[in-house]
Design a binder for this molecule. Sequence first.
Ligand code: NI
Length: 226
Amino acid sequence: MMLHVPNVLTRDQVLDMRDRLDAADWLDGKVTVGAQGARVKNNRQLPEHGAVSRELGQIVLDAVKASDLFFAAALPLRIVPPLFNRYEGGETYGLHVDGAMRPLVAGEGWLRTDLSCTLFLCDPEDYDGGELEVVDTYGTHEVKLPAGDLILYPSTSLHQVTPVTRGARVCSFFWLQSLVRDGTQRQMLFDLDMNIRKIRAQLGDSAEVLGLTAHYHNLIRQWAEA
Ligand code: NI
């Protein structure tokens, strides 16, 4: 599933973040990839454990946790601390797949990457290039969203960021492990949830809506691993 989640951050939150990010020290982005990624990754990242990453990452986490749509689609079990990247002057990240496992904070074990998230912190007109291209069984999808919006996509997909030829592309990115590992089951739960919400808006809390809501929760009980 690929899902566009609009307005995860407010305009003021984006502007505050950009001020702090523009003043920060950036490192070569190869620090967080394995050997395949390192050959094609040419961008910059904020130091993973630095104060700016931690503080801004917490704002991103609070924002996604407050998003009903994000929660319904991702059913997150664990989320890694968000990272931040920057591309300019032709920087790019060629076709790659994200690593299957990511370490959590020291001593807390590992997270399986089920879903990858990119939260845009620049508007599309601020830069040329820098499209996120995600390849799935239905073809290649090009993503370039307004500042404050997020894209959720399967970590199993091959994807790339095309060269940024004007301006700078600044984003937050992170991975999560879902309560529901299987993408098809997760998609079915999301569709069911969205349709129950629409029916409830039309009919109120009828017996049928209650029955479908029970069915939704019972499917989560069947499929969730925590
Ligand atoms: Ni990636």
